[in-house]
Design a protein around this ligand. Structure first.
Ligand SMILES: [Cu+2]
Length: 185
């Protein structure tokens, strides 16, 4: 019997599905907001990322406001900007840890990794199996990865959400204090 889908990809897709599901769940009262398109009138907030912190601990936003968040990573490590509640961010930490374990995410960026697939059902035990190149899938609607030395933009429409955070869920970063709060004013 042939395994048609790489397990890792399936796992990553599952993670994406879970993220999607939790985004949808939380979008029903109260939503955390959603990605949007910037217009010339959109307010821009500059956020510096460093090892291991954000340039600010809080960002003021108005409910309903669309904000262009410009993320400049001045550190030597990759960082994430993840908009959400603490619960989902802690969940996302586990997904990130899994990607690091696979080798498809490294402290400085995305990477390809080779996973050896088992040969099955052929009585062919010729080790180590079939090589397969895998890549990390990180396309959560509420998060973006910023590689060291790069600047990325993220445009978000905020709703009136209490306890909404921005955080980096790379292993150890959240614990090191790489988390801040959106303050609704
Ligand atoms: Cu980080």
């Amino acid at each position: 019997m042939k395994r048609s889908r790489p397990q890792l990809l399936v796992t990553a897709l599952l993670f994406a599905a879970v993220a999607q599901a939790s985004a949808q769940t939380s979008s029903s009262a109260p939503s955390i907001g959603q990605q949007a398109q910037a217009t010339p009138a959109t307010r821009t907030v500059f956020i510096k990322m460093d090892d291991i912190s954000y340039g600010q601990k809080s960002i003021d936003v108005k409910p309903g406001e669309t904000v262009r968040l410009v993320l400049k990573n001045e550190g030597a490590l990759m960082h994430e900007f993840n908009i959400g509640k603490a619960v989902s961010q802690l969940e996302h930490q586990r997904e990130m840890a899994a990607l690091f374990k696979d080798g498809t995410l490294t402290p400085t960026g995305k990477a390809t990794s080779i996973v050896w697939r088992e040969r099955s059902g052929l009585g062919d035990s010729n080790p180590p199996g079939i090589p397969e190149v895998v890549q990390a899938i990180h396309d959560d609607p509420n998060a973006i990865l910023v590689e060291p030395g790069t600047t990325k933009e993220f445009v978000w429409t905020f709703h009136d959400t209490a306890n909404l955070n921005f955080a980096c869920t790379l292993p150890g970063h959240y614990q090191a204090g790489m988390v801040g709060e959106f303050v609704m004013r």
